[in-house]
Design a protein around this ligand. Structure first.
Ligand code: 5GP
Length: 206
């Protein structure tokens, strides 16, 4: 067996949810996109939400956009692996996609806020939790402003929520700082790779 065959064999057996959280505007969506481009064994979960679609978003790619009635139906019917309210809108992770992809040997990457992260960890202690920090709050405010999608009030709301979310950092396994994007992606990829190797060792223990 060549080395790459061994790697493929190991990586195909080790699959776990990867939760990526952090303040809004920190760059989670870009980071996750770059991680997926580098790591064919990672796949992104597409959440369900009751918030309105932004002009640059596509149904089923960014989110599944549903009514509150439909969301609550899914939640009550046990179709969501986790759910939370963020700025008065519901967000949740479809359970079947998550469990099916994990069973296929894929790491499913969830870009979700901290309440959802805690629910994922509670139902699967093997989940990997990574928290993304901005280099500073000023830089975060600058990024949110230059995104141009929010009012000044909404930006302050996101920053306030970001401060609250950081209080949960102790529940996360790793912290990365999104100052330089390439360096941050490299850190993320190294963490995922390291976890696969560590878990291969632990799983192989008799
Ligand atoms: P946005 O509305 O800016 O796309 O997302 C707002 C927040 O909701 C972000 O922190 C994002 O990570 C989080 N989020 C997106 N999808 C989910 C989900 O399925 N569950 C939870 N708990 N949070 C989510």
């Amino acid at each position: 067996m060549s080395e790459s065959d061994i790697e493929r064999w190991i990586d195909g057996r080790i699959a776990f949810p990867i939760v990526v959280s952090g303040p809004s505007g920190v760059g989670k969506t870009t980071l996750v996109g770059r991680l997926l481009a580098r790591d064919p064994r990672c796949i992104r979960s597409v959440s369900v939400t009751t918030r309105e679609k932004r002009p640059d978003e596509a149904e089923g790619a960014s989110y599944f956009f549903v009514s509150e009635e439909r969301f609550l139906q899914m939640r009550q019917g046990g179709e969501l692996a986790e759910s939370a309210i963020y700025r008065e809108r519901w967000y949740g992770t479809p359970k079947s996609f998550l469990t099916e992809r994990i069973a296929e040997g894929k790491c499913v990457v969830l870009n979700i806020e901290v309440l959802g992260g805690a629910q994922v960890r509670a139902s699967d202690p093997g989940a990997l939790l990574i928290f993304v920090l901005p280099p500073s709050w000023e830089e975060l405010r600058r990024r949110l402003t230059s995104r141009g999608t929010d009012t000044a009030e909404a930006i302050e709301g996101r920053i306030r929520r970001g401060h609250e979310e950081i209080r949960s950092i102790g529940d996360y396994d790793y912290v990365v700082i999104n100052d330089d994007l390439d360096a941050c992606v490299a850190d993320l990829a190294a963490i995922v790779r390291g976890e696969r190797r560590r878990r291969a060792r632990l799983d192989g223990r008799s």
